[in-house]
Write a protein of this length. Structure first.
Length: 377
């Protein structure tokens, strides 16, 4: 089997393996699935995604083979059978792609490199990975971790401050912020890009009642807006019973919110979520902690302006395009009021965000850039 590289020369098809032990179907729309998906679609690799399974089997999923590796025995977060599988197939693999800069991924990478020195090892990192595994208080363990980290060819990093951290620690890194799935990109093309200027619309993505998502703050801030201010809000992701009780208490004092706030539940239909993004002007995130949220990128791809919490993981995006990061509830209410009252300014800010993410948060472009770099190894 042959494919063509970017210089037009014929070559044997290369093999890409992504190892993510807890892969499930919904991961296909996230970086875990989209990186191997585009490694085949855009770069022409033969692709396998390995995960922990109950039995050994191989299934065809989208653009790659999904390989289940029977794994039960675990030492220090290392599955012995997965490690043996890596060693057994190491020489067949050109690129091994891992997720999260952790001790166990570094050990997988180390043993893989022992048996295939010519291969490329990539580890996709989130924001917390800038301190792991470098924060071990045991100096010997820390030295071993740094030694193992040097066996990684490239860290693929979501945030620029994480990129800078790895560069300072002499670890080669490539800036690769999250993109949107090919399926959602196709769904977006079905709906108009023009935003309605009559009614400001907000969208919140995340399970209401999950402490990490902090939807209660979003509801509280919205309830502080003047009653006669025109807006509506979609909450997507479902609600816990505790949250429903909380919201019913809010409605007792401010029943008019029932005509402004709409809970859409957990949505699996990509066309439905694409349409909701299309109707929305503002993406609201009040999370207590996020990495680089793909929902933020999705919303900006459809022209929403973000209003984010300080730990939302959207610093790079807002800092390089448009939107707001609020510091407390009072500031959030003020930003919401201004953004809703000046809807055309909000639409213009959303256009800035859209142009930025279409240039920087595109898996196809970022995979081509990655290929350009590793092809020169």
């Amino acid at each position: 089997m042959f494919n063509m590289n970017f210089q037009g020369q014929a070559q044997m098809t290369k093999k890409w393996v992504t190892l993510f032990e807890r892969y499930e179907e919904f991961h296909l729309q996230k970086d875990v699935g989209q990186i191997p998906y585009n490694a085949h679609k855009v770069l022409g690799y033969e692709v396998e995604l390995w995960r922990k399974g109950k039995i050994d089997k191989i299934d065809k999923v989208s653009n790659f083979n999904l390989v289940d590796i029977k794994a039960n025995i675990k030492f220090f977060n290392i599955y012995f059978s997965i490690l043996l599988y890596i060693i057994k197939h190491a020489k067949e693999i050109d690129v091994l792609s891992l997720f999260h800069f952790r001790k166990y991924t570094l050990i997988y990478a180390f043993f893989f490199k022992l048996f295939n020195r010519k291969s490329i090892v990539l580890i996709k990192c989130d924001s917390s990975d800038k301190i792991k595994p470098f924060n071990d208080t045991n100096l010997l363990k820390k030295a071993i971790n740094i030694f193992l980290a040097k066996k990684v060819d490239y860290a693929l990093v979501e945030h620029k401050f994480v990129y800078d951290f790895f560069v300072r620690n002499n670890i080669k890194a490539i800036y690769m912020p999250n993109g949107i799935s090919s399926d959602l990109k196709a769904a977006f093309s079905e709906f108009s890009t023009k935003k309605d200027t009559k009614l400001a619309t907000l969208i919140f993505i995340g399970r209401c009642g999950d402490p990490r998502k902090n939807a209660e703050l979003a509801i509280k801030a919205l309830s502080e807006l003047p009653e006669n201010l025109g807006w509506r809000a979609f909450f997507v992701g479902g609600e816990t019973d505790e949250f429903k009780l909380y919201y019913s208490g809010i409605l007792k004092s401010k029943p008019y919110l029932a005509a402004k706030i709409f809970f859409k539940g957990y949505i699996t239909d990509i066309r439905v979520i694409a349409e909701l993004y299309g109707h929305s002007h503002i993406f609201l995130m009040t999370s207590l902690q996020e990495g680089y949220p793909i929902s933020l990128v999705e919303a900006c791809w459809k022209g929403c302006m973000p209003i984010l919490s300080p730990k939302s993981g959207g610093d790079d995006l807002v800092g390089n395009s448009a939107g707001f990061i609020f510091m407390d509830e009072t500031q959030l209410v003020s930003i919401l009021y201004s953004s809703i009252s000046n809807i055309q300014n909000t639409i213009n800010a959303g256009i800035i965000c859209k142009n930025y993410v279409m240039q920087n948060n595109d898996w196809e472009k970022n995979l081509k850039n990655l290929a350009d770099i590793i092809n020169h190894e």
